[in-house]
Write a protein that binds this ligand. Structure first.
Ligand code: FES
Length: 105
């Protein structure tokens, strides 16, 4: 099962197994990790699942939809590497991916 690393705002690092087909947000919520609130439950409308996804890992996921981009425009602390983790669907190639949870997620 792909292992995903989450760096959360308090600086702690959590490594969890996330089954392919689930989102990076699911992996955090199901393991009760701090940081990702996921208020809207993954329907791309709250931006409380905001993470930063560095270069080489970004290519492993589908590109952001217009809807996601628009939400991120208004998200606190948005950067070019920003993504909404509920839109990042884990596949078998995602083993070793590392995300940093945005401070205001
Ligand atoms: S959980 Fe709400 S936008 Fe991702």
């Amino acid at each position: 099962m792909p292992e995903i690393t989450y760096v959360v705002p308090d600086g702690s690092v959590h490594v969890v197994d996330v089954p392919a087909g689930q989102s990076v947000m699911d992996g955090s919520v199901r393991n009760n990790l701090p940081g990702i609130v996921a208020e809207c439950g993954g329907s791309c409308s709250c931006a409380t699942c905001h993470v930063y996804l560095e270069g080489e890992f970004a290519d492993l996921f589908d590109e952001a939809t217009d809807e996601e981009r628009e939400l991120l425009e208004y998200a606190e602390g948005a950067q070019p590497t920003s993504r909404l983790s509920c839109q990042l669907i884990v596949t078998g190639s995602c083993d070793g991916v590392r995300v940093t949870v945005a401070p205001e997620a």
